[in-house]
Design a protein. Structure first.
Length: 131
């Protein structure tokens, strides 16, 4: 259970309902997921976070699949089960296949391993990487 529980649509303030309505319209869905319902205890954080996600995940130089796979990779690294589940679904909707997921997780695992090794050995950055 979420620390403060969830704010359901029926119990939401007008300010929270406005954000919920925008989420449902933008995502073309008829429900609000638990992440947003947990954040709704702080309407300012809810609104700010939704605005940021909406802007960052909107079409841009990176396509939707790439953005979702990057989000999934970071979520796996940060060990956020909720975000892993959410962004796996979103990445699949954007076209991620099982082999793509497996390869992504291999890259994430390798990057985490080599990052820790480099940090542990305190490897200095090569000058050629700086130019």
């Amino acid at each position: 259970m979420a620390t403060l529980g969830f704010v359901e649509y029926a119990d939401a303030s007008p300010e929270v309902r406005a954000v919920y309505d925008d989420i449902m319209t933008t995502r073309k869905t008829d429900w609000i997921n638990n992440f947003w319902k947990a954040l709704a205890h702080d309407p300012v954080t809810l609104r700010r976070t939704w605005q940021s996600i909406k802007e960052i995940m909107a079409p841009g130089a990176l396509d939707a699949l790439t953005k979702e796979m990057v989000y999934l990779a970071v979520s796996a690294t940060n060990q956020c089960p909720y975000c892993i589940a959410s962004h796996t679904v979103s990445a699949r909707k954007a076209g991620m296949t099982d082999p793509m997921f497996a390869e992504l997780m291999a890259v994430v695992g390798m990057a985490n391993e080599t990052n820790r090794l480099s940090s542990g050995y305190q490897v200095e950055i090569d000058e050629r990487f700086k130019t």
